[in-house]
Structure formats: C-alpha cells, structure tokens
Design a binder for this molecule. Structure first.
Ligand code: ADP
Ligand code: ADP
Ligand code: ZN
Length: 214
C-alpha cells in the first residue's frame, strides 16, 4: 500500500506517518527529513538546499524529484511507502505520476489533513523531537510522559528545527497556499482525494486514517 499525506506545515503529517509506519509496516518518506539529513551531512545537495529551507521557501523541483525517485527505488519501499511532504508543487505531482508509471507503481490513497491556519503557528513553534530516535513531541499537545525523557528510547536530548520559528512559519504557510494548495485541486479532479480532520486529537486522527485504510 502506497500513500500520500497532504496538508500544510504542522498539519500532523509526520506524527501520523510514523504511526502508520509502525501500524502497517510502511516506510515514511519525508522529503523534509531527507533534506535535513543532507544538510547535516554537509553534502553538496544539503548545501544547495539549506538557505532556502532556513528562509521557509521551497527547494527546487528538480532536486526534490531526483531525491525522491532514488529513494523509492530502495528495497525497503517495496513493502509500501507514505509520502510526507511530497509532492508540494504541480510539477512535482506531475513528475510523481510519470515516475510511478515508469516504475510500475500506484498510489492507493491520497489523504488531505485539513487544519486551520491559526492553529499552525502554535503547532510549529511548540514542536520538538528526540535527538536520539526522532520521536516527535509538542510543548502543549504531545508532552513526554516523564519530563525531559523520551517515551520511546529514554533519551534526554531534544532538538528544535531551525525553521520552526514564528517568522519563518508565515513564509512556509504562504508557500503552502501559493504553491502546494493547487495540487489539492489536481488530486480532487482525478477523483482520488480523501480527507481527515487534522484539528481532531492526535489519536482521533489516527482512528480516522485507520478507517480509511482498513
Ligand atoms: P507536519 O509533519 O505536518 O509538519 P507534525 O506531525 O510534525 O506536522 O506536527 C506538528 C506539531 O503538532 C508536532 O509538535 C506534533 O506533536 C503536534 N501535533 C500533531 N498532530 C496534532 C494534533 N492532531 N493536535 C495537536 N497537536 C498535534
Ligand atoms: P513542514 O511539514 O513542517 O513544512 P518539512 O519537513 O516537510 O516541513 O519541510 C521543511 C522544508 O524542506 C520546507 O520548508 C522546504 O524548504 C523543504 N522541502 C521539504 N519538502 C519539499 C518539497 N517536496 N519541495 C520543496 N521543498 C521541500
Ligand atoms: Zn527517543
């Protein structure tokens, strides 16, 4: 089973993708995570992407399309994958379609997570994750059970993303409305779009997704 999760920054795509990964044995393919790994490794690709990411803009379609195409070819994706943060522009959605055709793959569900813009700033500025295992948390909405200790791995180091600040969030939401929202129409017109209420509690969103996926 191959899925696409769509929604603005902070919609909960990563949170739910991790749960679906564990629940259905799928692989989460987050282009944001891949790019951050490239930046951290100091690769040429990372150097190309860093400035744009810090400003809240979108990295070039060509770079992203090549990166994801190579990733989908890896063995672990054969069990099924969840696209999280890709596609994000019409050219990316079109490139995905032709890439899948070439590879003999199909997407089983395209799911939009609907959320209010007003909630996104609080979601994003409160986001942090475990430095050791990558588990995601929120200052208010998804605290660790024990203060300062990761629920999953007992790690005690946490990180916040450089671009998760109130100023950059605005630019990212603008990028979403201008460049990403049109692909919602693209998938709606193909008649393949499903949606869940991303404003619901985290567990309720998971239940809505499970109901769609069966
Ligand atoms: P995205 O991957 O779409 O950018 P995340 O999954 O990283 O979003 O979620 C953004 C932040 O909001 C995280 O800190 C997460 O813990 C929190 N969050 C995710 N889903 C919900 C929800 N349904 N209600 C409240 N907070 C949520
Ligand atoms: P969020 O879901 O919180 O917006 P991501 O982790 O998906 O964040 O992305 C972080 C940044 O990485 C984006 O602001 C953008 O600069 C870049 N990026 C990630 N995915 C893409 C993509 N598909 N196309 C262009 N840029 C991307
Ligand atoms: Zn951890």
């Amino acid at each position: 089973m191959n899925l696409i999760l769509l929604g603005p920054p902070g919609a909960g795509k990563g949170t739910q993708a991790k749960r679906l990964q564990d629940g259905y044995g799928l692989v989460q393919l987050s282009t944001g995570d891949m790019l951050r790994a490239e930046v951290a490794s100091g690769s040429y690709l990372g150097k190309q992407a860093k400035e744009v990411m810090d400003s809240g803009g979108l990295v070039s379609d060509e770079l992203i399309i090549n990166m994801i195409s190579g990733r989908i070819d890896k063995d672990d994706c054969k069990a099924g994958f969840i696209l999280d943060g890709f596609p994000r522009t019409t050219p990316q959605a079109e490139a995905l379609d032709s890439m899948l055709q070439d590879k003999g793959l199909t997407i089983d569900h395209v799911i939009e997570m609907t959320v209010d813009d007003d909630a996104m700033v609080t979601r994003i500025t409160g986001r942090f994750s475990c430095s050791n295992c990558g588990a995601g948390y929120h200052d208010e909405f998804q605290k660790t059970e024990k203060d300062g200790v990761c629920d999953k791995c007992d790690g005690t180091e946490f990180t916040r993303r450089a671009d998760d600040n109130a100023e950059t969030v605005r630019t990212r939401l603008e990028a979403y409305h201008e460049q990403t929202a049109p692909i919602l129409t693209y998938y709606r017109e193909k008649g393949v779009m499903e949606s869940v209420d991303g404003m619901a509690l985290i567990d309720d969103v998971t239940e809505q997704l499970n109901a769609l996926l069966g």
